[in-house]
Design a protein around this ligand. Structure first.
Ligand code: WT7
Length: 635
């Protein structure tokens, strides 16, 4: 049975069904899968707890739905195509049968090293098929994976290991990324000095760099699997058993572990993948994300593999060895669906059209965007020069917490409107509210984006701290899930996402909490206080601008600025490094001691035309000093 919507009228019909009879709707969709035991109830929920359960008491294993359910029809089909960082190195092509064997073999290895159902396993790996195999093997044995983007620092990695009390780390000797060879095993070793729960580290040999292997703790991946069987009986999981934890930044405190559970996530990633991208069985699909982010989880690994798709994994970066690399790969593998981030589009757009010239891109049928609002200029460039004006462009809005795409055109079905994520997928009930939480009905309204009804792949909790989940997402507007984004519904009823309305900065499609960056800056011994805001950045979407009050003794400002940037790089990772640091004599504060970020944002974006009322500040004189320090001419 096809689960693909074929026309706009069918979409509207299916959408109506999904909100009028959600349980009937989702049970119809879920019947497509293999269940070891059926559910007792489709959905029970309240957003006050919050407590949400989908397909309660059903039993399954998500990997049986990727493999056993499909092998008779898809066994010989290519599951993963892999393109290495260096185009001169051979590519890999792994069929569903082979991927199944590799997953089983590694599942046995995990079990022989003591991993049991419910244990947490950290995956800190490059973009190689083994990263996907590691995730699938965890899912097969019932362990909970937590993938950490391999660009994060040892401190960030240690924080995550400690938060989920991980028992094992899967990593590599090194990572190839563009011209760089990054010694990630050293990062793991450093992280493990700050943790106590990890017994074993399994190291995949990728770069052949020499690394230190700690006796009794570290094992080589290739040696470990040698003696393992390629058959494995999947563990039986309950629908609501944890599938994975993925850490993401918020407006306060340290990153939180977003928890996704098994059955709902499976049903929704599969359904949304098929419908948004309109995947057809012979297609080659490519998402350029890293498996360290939710996009990699849902739309490189789980969604595509559940749909029996051929999913391409790319180890490298868009500009290595040349700015034509993405397009070379599209032609080489005859990619049909291409899914990337606006920041990559803008970066490549800056190279002009020349890098495109050798390539036809004629295989492309659908192009997609994710991670941040896509500006109209980038939208048109992508649509005209990559999609050649003929490919539908799906601007997909969603979040780590939503697990899957929530608002997006369905390729070729929903009429495209530049920079609009457009319409909700079936089952998704977005609403806009004003500051008091009143629903803004009708069209031509702008407000805060909330979701008023559960969907199968929504987060269930934040690991180890359910109250934080409630406070962050379910307390601002009681009874609603609050996304943290602002949005506009236009005269046609199409949604346009305007960006974060909280203290979260979206840098190149990655989320950074301002508080998290401030905490890192404050680790510098000469920093007394700091404040971080976002500012418009032509390539990254938003850049990071830091204001710091420092004890300058014995330092030039240039030295301090460089040291502050390095401190953040070391504590969080290169993606969090501030673009600008301004040393200031003070920060604008209200009488209650709150930093007035509105002013700091204005100065950072070099737009001081409308600073608003600053007379209520405790220290109004500081504003001019900051403006002068930023080198802005006060006209
Ligand atoms: C935040 C979520 C979902 C995968 C990647 C990011 C922003 C995401 C869009 C879009 C406008 C978008 C939102 C959201 N965002 N997609 N198509 N248009 N904004 O996941 O790190 O959890 O970040 O990214 O602000 O809240 P994430």
């Amino acid at each position: 049975m096809s689960q693909k919507i074929q026309s706009l009228s069918e979409y509207f019909q299916e959408y109506q069904e999904s909100i009028q009879q959600p349980e009937e709707f989702w049970s119809r969709i879920a019947k497509n899968f293999h269940w070891k035991k059926p559910w007792d109830s489709v959905l029970s929920w309240n957003f006050d707890g919050p407590e949400v359960k989908w397909f309660e008491n059903a039993q399954l294993n998500i990997t049986e739905n990727i493999f056993e359910r499909q092998l008779s029809t898809h066994g010989e089909k290519t599951a993963i195509l892999w393109e290495p960082n260096d185009p001169k190195e051979p590519e890999r092509s792994i069929s569903y049968n082979e991927l199944f064997e590799l997953t089983c073999q590694f599942s046995n290895a995990l079990e022989s090293q003591g991993i049991q159902k419910g244990d947490r396993v950290i995956i800190y790996m490059p973009m190689i098929p083994e990263a996907a195999i590691a995730m699938l093997a965890c899912a097969r044995v019932g362990a909970v994976h937590s993938v950490v983007f391999a660009g994060f620092s040892s401190t960030a990695l240690a924080d995550r290991i400690n938060d989920c009390e991980a028992k094992m780390v899967l990593t590599s000797d090194g990572n190839f990324r563009g011209a760089k060879n990054i010694p990630v095993k050293e990062v793991v070793d450093e992280a493990l000095e700050k943790t106590t729960t990890v017994d074993k580290v399994i190291v995949y040999q990728r770069t052949q760099e020499s690394v230190t292997m700690k006796e009794g703790r570290d094992l080589w991946w290739h040696e470990l699997i040698q003696s393992e069987s390629k058959e494995h009986t999947a563990a039986t999981l309950d629908a609501e058993d944890l599938l994975f934890i993925l850490y993401t930044s918020g407006s306060t405190g340290k990153p939180k572990g977003v928890v996704h559970t098994t059955a709902g996530y499976m049903v929704y990633t599969h359904y949304s993948f098929l419908n948004v991208f309109q995947y057809e069985q012979e297609d080659v699909y490519w998402c350029t994300a890293d498996v360290g982010w939710i996009t990699g989880h849902s739309y490189i690994v789980y969604g595509p593999l559940l749909a029996g798709a051929t999913t391409l994994m790319f180890e490298g970066v868009p500009t290595y060895p040349t700015a034509g690399r993405f397009w070379e790969i599209v032609d080489k593998y005859q990619v049909n669906q291409f899914y990337t981030a606006p920041t990559a589009i803008r970066a490549l757009q800056a190279y002009g059209l020349e890098p495109l010239e050798p390539y036809s891109l004629s295989s492309l049928k659908v192009i997609g965007s994710v991670g941040e609002p896509i500006n109209e200029e980038a939208w048109h460039w992508y649509h005209d020069h990559i999609g050649k004006g003929k490919c539908p462009l799906v601007d997909t809005w969603w979040q780590t917490e939503t697990g899957g795409i929530m608002i997006s055109p369905l390729a070729g079905i929903t009429p495209n409107k530049p920079a609009h994520a457009s319409l909700p997928l079936p089952g998704i009930q977005p609403i806009l509210v004003d500051a008091e939480g009143n629903e803004l009905k009708g069209n031509n309204v702008e407000g805060n984006l909330c979701i008023k009804f559960p969907w199968p792949s929504m987060l269930r909790t934040t690991y180890g701290d359910h109250k934080r989940c409630k406070d962050t997402y379910f307390s601002t507007y009681p009874g609603l899930y609050f996304t943290g984004d602002g949005a506009k519904r236009d005269h046609d009823g199409y949604l346009r996402i305007l960006g974060r309305v909280d203290d979260v900065i979206n840098v190149s499609g990655h989320r950074m909490g301002t508080a998290e960056v401030e905490n890192a800056i404050n680790e510098h011994p000469k920093v007394i206080e700091s404040a971080v805001v976002g500012f418009p950045h032509v390539i990254k979407g938003q850049g990071i601008y830091a204001y710091a009050i420092c004890d300058r003794e014995g330092h030039t400002d240039e030295e301090l600025i460089q040291e502050i940037k390095d401190t953040v790089r070391k504590i969080i990772g290169p993606i969090a490094k501030p673009d600008e640091v301004q040393i200031v004599p003070g920060l604008p504060k209200t009488r209650s001691g709150k930093i007035m970020r509105r002013i700091l944002r204005k100065v950072a974006s070099k737009d001081i035309s409308n600073l608003g009322d600053t007379s209520t500040l405790l220290n109004p004189e500081i504003v001019d000093q900051i403006i002068n320090g930023a080198g802005i001419k006060n006209s």
